[in-house]
Design a protein around this ligand. Structure first.
Ligand SMILES: [Zn+2]
Length: 421
């Protein structure tokens, strides 16, 4: 079933208007409050209160904004739909990497290709094909950017606007079938705390986050993630009398790092390649500490990396008699695929819905973790669908107008498919 032009026009208008209004609300989350309080910044409530009212206007039931800034609502199934229930999830906060206050979206109509410049608040800023080869696919489209001083916050206000547009279409066009839909808007995704205070009793078994990039993206896999702390215990002796006695922990730690694989680092890897990534090093003659993260999609690959570090430590202890190296590994999160692979239908329906919206599916593995991966590992399979934005967390962030429509269409089709179950 393809949607009528009237419904598409409606979805486009709803998604665009709502998006342009949501981006103006300042919702930057606060990294320094991660694990201290939820929400990490009170301004996230400002958008949630607006959305709370809008969900009520759209006929959702049990709309609830709780003390931790999670917003829930339920759209009852349309007549004749089956018993399936799905959750549509998006986050209200934005990254603190770039200012997110006073966002002034601007629309470049009928984009003709080439670099995008003339940012009103930073004339030197340019988005080029180098930054964003995706631009070439949107010639003739309308492109939305911020003003040069802030991010745009398509991550993830595009996701929110697209979900709201789908809900608005369900209200206006009763012929669009949908199952019971739970809407879940979360705070603090950008600081890794988006599911910290989520109310599991509000979650259906199957959910989708709308938090991915360009049209077609579908993600059901994320990294298998480990942290490692490598402690070097040296022997400190007065440097004037240190011959054959001192073992300098700081310099041995530096040599240890120099013996790591040169190209297994974030700056030399992409797609399904894993890496070691040193996040900090500190030390003196007496002791030194290297912190790193280890990432891969395949568990055995990470096991090999950990084994490598263990062997390297043994070698260093043999090479520098008296040096002690202790390594502590901590599993940070699992690849969500271990859960997703048990529910292939949830991914198949997403595939179908994207194709029904006339977009080619680009199934990818997420080089990081998302709220969807956390929810999946909590037992709620949650693939991530595209929301349409590009160059997240930067002043160059942009989204094409048609991407808003395609994601909203995908949400409508996805609901129709689940209603048939
Ligand atoms: Zn996001």
């Amino acid at each position: 079933m393809s949607l009528s032009q009237e419904i598409k026009d409606f979805l486009q208008e709803e998604a665009l208007t709502r998006f342009l209004s949501y981006v103006k609300v300042h919702t930057t989350s606060d990294e320094s409050q991660a694990g201290v309080k939820t929400p990490s910044s009170d301004n996230q409530f400002d958008l949630q209160r607006i959305l709370e009212k809008e969900l009520q206007e759209l006929g959702l039931q049990d709309v609830e904004l709780d003390n931790h800034c999670y917003l829930y609502g339920t759209l009852p199934a349309s007549p004749g739909a089956g018993n399936a229930v799905i959750g549509l999830v998006a986050h209200v906060d934005t990254s603190s990497a770039v200012p997110g206050d006073n966002v002034k979206p601007r629309i470049i109509e009928n984009y003709q290709g080439g670099p995008i410049g003339d940012f009103p608040e930073d004339p030197n800023l340019q988005i080029t094909y180098n930054d964003s080869p995706e631009l070439k696919k949107f010639i003739g489209d309308d492109i939305i950017t911020a003003s040069g001083r802030t991010l745009l916050s398509a991550d993830d206000k595009a996701g929110i606007a697209e979900i709201m547009a789908a809900l608005a279409a369900f209200q206006k066009y009763p012929e669009l079938k949908h199952p019971e839909v739970r809407v879940i808007f979360t705070p603090d995704e950008e600081i890794g705390m988006g599911t910290a205070k989520i109310n599991e009793s509000k979650l259906p078994k199957f959910n989708y986050t709308l938090d991915g990039g360009e049209p077609g993206e579908l993600e059901a896999e994320c990294f298998d993630a480990w942290g490692a702390e490598i402690k070097f215990q040296g022997i400190s002796v007065h440097p004037g009398f240190a011959k054959n006695k001192m073992i300098n922990a700081a310099t041995t730690a530096a040599r240890f790092l120099a013996a790591m694989p040169d190209f297994e680092t974030p700056e030399h890897t992409e797609l399904r390649e894993g890496f070691f990534h040193v996040t900090s090093i500190a030390g003196s003659e007496e002791s030194a500490l290297i912190k790193m993260i280890i990432r891969d999609f395949e568990v055995p690959q990470n096991e090999k990396r950990m084994e490598y570090l263990g062997k390297l430590a043994e070698y260093f202890e043999a090479r520098y008699q008296g040096l002690k190296i202790d390594i502590e590994f901590k599993h940070q999160y699992q690849n969500m695929w271990v859960v997703m692979e048990q529910y292939p239908e949830s991914i198949e329906l997403a595939h179908k819905a994207i194709e029904m919206a006339g977009v080619e599916v680009d199934q990818k593995a997420i080089r990081g973790g998302t709220d969807g991966s956390k929810l999946s590992l909590m037992g709620y399979p949650t693939p991530n669908l595209f929301a349409g934005g590009v160059l997240f967390h930067s002043r160059k962030e942009w989204i094409a107008k048609s991407a808003l429509l395609k994601a909203a269409e995908t949400a409508v089709h996805l609901c129709a498919l689940w209603a048939e179950k």
